[in-house]
Design a protein around this ligand. Structure first.
Ligand SMILES: [Fe+2]
Length: 211
């Protein structure tokens, strides 16, 4: 079952790197909301959610000392980091159910202008991977990391805006701003209980308030 495999991988991530686990859950929550804001069909929204939950699962193959390092990474360490989308794709099962999710994982470090890891650009990048890339960057900017202080949401949104059309798909940046307006007005759509249930299954101590 796809759902069980995702939960098992997330549990492994939880024990390997709490930082990466928390990031994955945040990115999944943002991606889910973005996919809804774009008006994608339910099945695609759900698939994007699954893809976002496992987008960094390749980091299971990277030593915790590298993932949590406070100082700058060496060239070798960067090389290992660059491999994580490919490693993540390798860790996922093959088969029709997984094809779209595998592509999201493989291409989540692409940039709209083609300057990402594999050089795909614009519409060549699967939509799910573009959504995850934006959610990933937003969460990275607004969370504390061993090597950086977290930024306020307004500053992060400003940076996203400046990178619209270069790093990010402009249509998705628009959707993010419209989503933010809805959230500010308290118009957040409720997360379906099924999604909350999946998030809770990933760890016994998961607290949905962390979202
Ligand atoms: Fe990543």
């Amino acid at each position: 079952m796809l759902e069980d495999t995702v939960v098992t991988l997330l549990q492994r991530l939880y024990y390997h790197s709490r930082l990466t686990y928390r990031h994955s859950v945040h990115v999944a929550a943002i991606s889910y909301q973005l996919a809804q804001e774009l008006g994608l069909p339910k099945a695609q929204v759900r698939q994007t959610f699954w893809g976002a939950l496992v987008h960094d699962v390749g980091k299971l193959t990277i030593d915790r000392s590298i993932l949590h390092k406070k100082g700058p990474l060496t060239e070798d360490e960067w090389q290992k980091m660059y491999e994580h989308p490919r490693e993540g794709c390798r860790l996922l099962p093959e088969g029709d159910d997984w094809q779209a999710i595998r592509e999201m994982v493989l291409y989540h470090h692409e940039k709209w202008d083609g300057s990402g890891y594999s050089g795909l650009c614009k519409g060549e990048i699967p939509l799910g991977a573009r959504i995850i890339a934006l959610a990933d960057a937003l969460d990275a900017m607004t969370s504390s990391r061993p090597y950086q202080k977290k930024r306020e949401l307004a500053a992060a949104l400003q940076e996203v805006k400046e990178c619209s059309g270069s790093q990010f798909d402009p249509q998705l940046v628009e959707a993010l701003f419209s989503l933010t307006m809805h959230l500010l007005k308290g118009q957040r759509r409720p997360t379906p209980s099924k999604i909350n249930e999946i998030l809770k299954r990933t760890t016994w101590t998961f607290n949905s308030n962390e979202l």
